[in-house]
Design a binder for this molecule. Structure first.
Ligand code: 7RM
Length: 628
């Protein structure tokens, strides 16, 4: 497949059929678009029961040669990264492919000079500056495994991640700018490092210039760079060597260190990036995620750079200096593809529309959504005010574990449908299962599962392959189980309905909480809801519903109406025992409800919530505690 991309529906459907019939030939063809030191001798080896997945076996490569060196031959002066600082009065930076190459090589030499070598784990706890992307690529250059920890995480969360992977170096900065706030990253890192014996060096980028304390293991980034040059041959990696670890929260408190490997991850992120966003040469693409999340890894850094794109890195937040900032940046850099999360859209939607309308958004061709199901209201607002009804919206379903987008439309190439992620990418075999694990056909609702591997599937959980097996491959043997439910329409479009791992057994009945939440959300005065189980003397478990009302309501009257609604839509067995009206639900920063915390709150375990500092809105916890 030349140029990686389908530009027509016809070529897309043909590719899909070919991929289903000849998956190995399909992926080998795509992998042929990259630079390999040694070609692979086997495309795929897998067993979903063990589980084991290996792609492009025997292939040798370095992902940074594909993201950097090869573009030097064709477009050295093309902008690789546009850095837009938090403060609009600070100048944006345009970093060309040749400059990025040189800075990555120099940073790689800095790491080597400080003892880093292939296979070592390096923790990166940095704000959204170009040096963060450079740090990631510098690790990849020398074959060190990066573990980026989101710069909003606490010392406890950081220490747990450093210790789990036994990182030897920490890369951080004095502080980070985020809206009107300055985060004391070095101070948080210092606190974390009091309990991280594996860290030998801490290299500190100067970003804010604030006062920081200094320890014997600390080194200044800029001083270390001066000691080295920018010539750094890429470490030759095996396809299956780990590229990075990225932690994602699990249903128990301990985060899971998902391990991604070099060959398959490169192939899939580049392929999906180009197809989903229909990126064309000289386009300016902006994904607003933080590099601390998988979206930032795959679709700010690796996917875009692998295809020679221009990718925007934004240090700030959507609300600073005002709620028009996203649109100001789109206009300023003439952004062509814009990719954000429903939670951001919903926040922006609450503000006057002239904050959007006063900016020239005519450059935008494609809009994207990721992180959670996009509700109809947000979808239509995005379509109308940002896309002016002219831009396709790609609703991209995927996970940290999948490495890249699996279900989505291709912008302008395949049909879109509001609130539907639509179709699996060519090469992705998605199915729906019933509770017993049988595949179900046609227009129906069920458990989403993938029945054939794709190149960027996570290979294991760092240090805990058993947990990897239990979480993703045990409930439905022979399938990858992502933990989401979905419904499928007559045209085979998927609509992701929410997590299905939240099943509560009430009086012996297995009840999924997602359908109950959907029923509650049907009520005209309910904005959002979350349902969890709590121990009950007679029923074993009972249901506790947390609901956010849209207006001042009588809690008793609302509860009564909601019980009736659930009884009618699902059945009396699903009626929540308790309905608690709340002002907010505890959420991750990508907008996902933290049910683990709600379960504890509902069970009265107020003192064992674990680390809540990673939440977007820890303040809602106190309110919930007070009233339950
Ligand atoms: C990329 C990312 C993964 C979970 C996933 C879903 C939910 C993500 C969508 C979505 C409906 C979408 N990785 N999710 N995208 N649900 N529609 N387009 O978010 O590991 O942080 O989360 O997010 O539940 O399993 S993640």
């Amino acid at each position: 497949m030349k140029d990686l991309v389908y530009r027509t529906a016809d070529s897309y459907y043909k590719a899909k059929q070919f991929a289903n019939e000849n998956p190995e030939a399909f992926w080998a063809d795509i992998a042929g678009n990259f630079e390999w030191h040694t070609p692979w001798d086997k495309v795929l080896e897998f067993d979903f029961l063990t589980p084991e997945v290996k792609w492009f076996l025997g292939g040798k490569l370095n992902i940074t040669e594909n993201c950097l060196d090869r573009h030097l031959k064709t477009q050295p002066n093309q902008t690789a990264i546009i850095f837009e600082p938090n403060d609009p009065s600070e100048a944006a930076q345009h970093i060309s492919y040749s400059e990025l190459h040189s800075r990555v090589c120099r940073a790689a030499n800095m790491l080597k000079a400080n003892g880093a070598k292939k296979g070592d784990r390096i923790c990166i706890y940095m704000p959204m500056t170009p040096e963060l992307a450079i740090a990631v690529l510098a690790c990849a250059r020398i074959g060190a495994i990066h573990s980026v920890v989101f710069a909003g995480f606490s010392a406890t969360a950081l220490a747990a991640r450093i210790n789990d992977a036994e990182c030897s170096i920490l890369l951080t900065s004095d502080g980070g700018f985020r809206g009107a706030k300055v985060t004391p990253l070095k101070e948080i890192a210092d606190e974390a490092l009091t309990s991280c014996p594996s860290i030998k060096n801490c290299i500190v980028l100067r970003r804010t210039g604030q006062d920081i304390s200094w320890n014997p293991i600390d080194l200044w980034w800029h001083e270390e760079l001066e000691k080295v040059n920018d010539v750094c041959p890429a470490e030759i990696m095996d396809s299956e060597d780990p590229l990075f670890i990225l932690y994602t929260s699990g249903s128990t408190g301990k985060p899971k260190g998902m391990v991604h490997t070099c060959g398959g991850y490169m192939v899939y992120t580049a392929y999906s990036f180009k197809n989903v966003f229909q990126y064309q040469k000289d386009d300016v693409y902006w994904c607003t995620a933080d590099i601390g999340w998988i979206t930032g890894h795959s679709y700010i850094i690796y996917g875009p750079l692998a295809v020679g794109a221009t990718t925007v890195m934004f240090e700030g937040v959507p609300s600073y200096p005002d709620y028009g900032r996203f649109w100001e940046v789109c206009a300023k850099h003439k952004v062509n593809q814009f990719y954000t999360a429903p939670t951001a859209i919903r926040a922006l939607q609450k503000h006057p529309t002239d904050l959007v309308e006063q900016h020239d958004l005519s450059s935008i061709k494609v809009l994207g959504s990721v992180g959670e199901p996009i509700n109809a209201e947000a979808w239509h607002w995005y379509d109308k005010y940002v896309g002016k009804h002219k831009c396709p919206i790609v609703d991209t379903w995927w996970q940290t574990e999948t490495g890249g987008i699996l279900i989505t439309s291709l912008a302008g190439v395949t049909p879109q449908k509001p609130t539907y992620a639509t179709l699996p990418m060519p090469g992705i075999q998605a199915v729906l299962l019933d509770n017993k694990g049988n595949e179900i056909e046609g227009e129906t609702e069920g458990i989403l599962a993938i029945k054939y591997p794709w190149p960027s599937i996570a290979r294991t959980i760092w240090g805990d392959h058993e947990r990897y097996k239990n979480v993703y491959f045990s409930a439905y043997p022979g399938y990858y189980f992502p933990g989401d439910g979905a419904l499928r329409d007559a045209e085979s479009n998927f609509r992701i309905t929410g997590r299905v791992d939240d099943v509560v057994i009430v009086s012996g009945h297995n009840l999924g909480t997602a359908p109950i939440e959907n029923a509650l959300n049907e009520h005209p005065h309910v904005v959002e809801s979350a349902v969890v189980g709590f121990p009950h003397d007679i029923k074993g478990n009972a249901l506790h519903a947390f609901v956010i009302p849209s207006t001042e309501v009588s809690a008793n009257k609302l509860a009564e109406e909601l019980r009736a609604l659930v009884a009618k839509t699902i059945g009396p067995i699903a009626k929540p025992d308790r309905i608690q009206v709340v002002r907010g639900l505890p959420k991750t920063r990508s907008g996902k409800i933290m049910r683990r915390i709600l379960r504890k709150l509902a069970s009265g375990e107020h003192d064992s919530l674990g680390d809540v500092s990673t939440l977007l809105n820890p303040e809602v916890i106190e309110e919930i505690k007070k009233n339950n």
